[in-house]
Each structure stands twice: as structure tokens, then as C-alpha cells.
Write a protein that binds this ligand. Sequence first.
Ligand SMILES: *Cc1c(COP(=O)(O)O)cnc(C)c1O
Length: 400
Amino acid sequence: MTDHSLFPTFARAPISFEKGEGVWLYGSDGEKYLDVMSGVAVNSVGHAHPHVVEALKRQGERLWHVSNWFEIPEQAALAERLTRLSFADRVFFCNSGAEAIECCIKTARRWHYAEGRPERVDIITFEGAFHGRTLATIAAGGQAKYLEGFGPKAPGFIQVPFGDRAALEAAIGPTTAALLIEPIQGEGGVRPVPASELAYLRDLCDREGILLVLDEVQTGMGRTGKFFAHEHAGITPDIVGVAKGIGGGFPVGACLATEDAAKGMTPGAHGSTFGGNVLAMAVADAVLDVITAPGFFADVARKGLILKQKLAGLVDSHPTVFAAVRGEGLLIGLECRANNMKVFDAFRQHKLLGCPAGGNVVRFLPPLIITEAEIDEAVARADAAASDLAATLAAQGAAA
Ligand SMILES: *Cc1c(COP(=O)(O)O)cnc(C)c1O
């Protein structure tokens, strides 16, 4: 395989896939892989889920795209469904996580503008955050490695250390518009924000007259065992960005807001050619059918606990490879002692597809439809991979 015609922006593992079914991916090497990365929390209902495939086919034969210059009943219906399932009253559809967060940022600033406070533009974010790769979202994420070489960092973003209340309160001033935070930092290494801290952030925003914006691109759509991760903390945000799991593999993103928070987003304020495209709406609607079935989220929570307990067992049995396990529902991070890219490679040797993250972590974010037997199989493969890696590390240690 040569990919010399592509931008070499990705460090790709040397493998490709031809077919998927449930939690399984079939490699072009003839091997069958257990997929616990789900395209980074995207294939929420697994690969080629029959109900979703059927919805895509049905819509594909009828109508693919009409302009947002016209009414799109499928879009209005999906928005209404999302509002019934959540804190939100209003939805804007787009095509990716970064676009969803861009819309969140615009919505927050525009709320202050509509309220007669146009000077309130600053978005406060947290160290270790990831919000996407557009110029605004790399400024929001604040990571030097993503900003380098792309010119001036977009103004209006202030970053504070994760969990430092004094620094946060000192950063809030007359130009602050909103706080933007992931309930669990995903790319940053599966770092959960404690429920008490989210409740504190909610209070702080109310006190300061600013908006609480949550990036649930990775944590939303049932990933943590509730529709949204913030539900665990019993709080309601003002604005939330979603993407990844909502389309189950079809590019869909959305910005959800309360009626009040959305009030600046008047006709002409924002737009997207593909956003809310009828194919995307049909697929997302079918994904929602699957994940909102009675008991589905409780089952995700239950399976997440099982997975976390079993991975904790691996931390005990492979102390040179793993250091700790954390996360919620089926978003679990295994912090490594060995280099996490080596762990990722060792997993792949055992036909297990995990997902690297910051903080030397390998993530388990399997399709939400994974069974207990498949969880056992994933843990067995991770165990075997860790034994291999531990032996290699021991041999290298002895040689050194
Ligand atoms: C993946 C991700 C994004 C960016 O989504 P894209 O679809 O890649 O633009 C933003 N925020 C979080 C929390 C993510 O995990």
C-alpha cells in the first residue's frame, strides 16, 4: 500500500479493513479483529448494524440532499427527538465534532451579543482539552503541538489548569462569555471531571452570568451509560456539542442549546450546506432507535463496570505494562507504564484494536452493543498482549 498522494498527516498503523460486523473488523490481511476503539467512539452501534443499514438504504433510494433553503422535516423531527431526550430546546446540525464546537462557541458569544454585552467573547477552557482541529478549536484546545505553525492563535480563548478553582475564578472577568469543558477528557487520557466539580462549574457560571458549554462529542450518545455524561452529575448545561457516536459512522454533528442560550442564533447567523442532510438524519434517527431502547443505557453502564473491573485485574497482573484504569461506562482509559504506542501495537498483534490517548493511555471505547462474552474476549487478548510486552520489556531490561 502506498499513500504518497495523501497528506501525510496521520501516523497510520499498517493495516486496512474490508468489512465490519458488530464489534468485529475483517482485515485485508485475512484476519478478524476485535474492535474496542469503534473509530474513536463513532461506531456506537457496531459495524453494519442491520437497522441502521436499512435506514440508510431506504433513504438512499428516496432522497439524498436538499438545501437548508427549504424545510427539512426529517431534520426538524430529529431535533425534536434530541430535545425530548435532553436538556436542550434547540438544535443546529453540522457534520463533525469540530464544527459542533465551533457552533457552540458562536452560540455562546452571540447570546451575550443578543443580551447587549458584545464585549463578552472569551471562552475559558482547561489544560489537556481537545475540541477539534479547526483554527478556533485548536485555540480552544490550547495544545502547542496543534497550534504550531498555523499563525496567530485565534483570540478569545483562555486556558486554565484542570481542577484549579483559584486559577479559574481569577481568569473570569468582564470579557468572559463561557466555560467550555469535556465532562471526561477523551483525547487527553480519559480524565473525568468529578460530579462535584461539574456542579461547582454550573454554580460558578450562574453566579458570573456566563454560559456552561460542554463538549460531549466523545462522551455523549450513551457512551458513559447515560444519554449525556453530564447527567451523572445531575446538572444541566446551556450548550452542548455532539458528533462521533450520533451518526454511528455517518458524519453528523450537532450543537444543542436551551431556548435562552440559542437566542442569538437568528436567521442568517450561522449555516452549513451539508448540515442536517437527509441521509445523515435518517442514519442518526436509526442510531437513536437502537440506543434509546428500554434498558440500553443501564446495560452500557453495567457492561462498563464489568470491563473496568476486568481491566483493573490486568493492571494488577501486569504491573510493568499497566498503571491504572479509569473512566465511566464504555469509555475506559488504561494508563500504561510501558509506552502506550507499544501497548497499542501489542494489542494489534493479538487482533485487538484499542485507541491511544494522551497521558500514556490506551482507551477502550467499544461499540455500545458489545456483549459480555466479547468483553471477556477483549480482556483475554489484552492480557495475552500484555504478557508478550512484559516479557519483551523484561528481556530488554536484562540486556541493558
Ligand atoms: C473527536 C473530538 C472532537 C473533534 O471531532 P471531529 O469530528 O474530529 O472534528 C472534539 N471534541 C472532542 C471531545 C472529541 O473527542
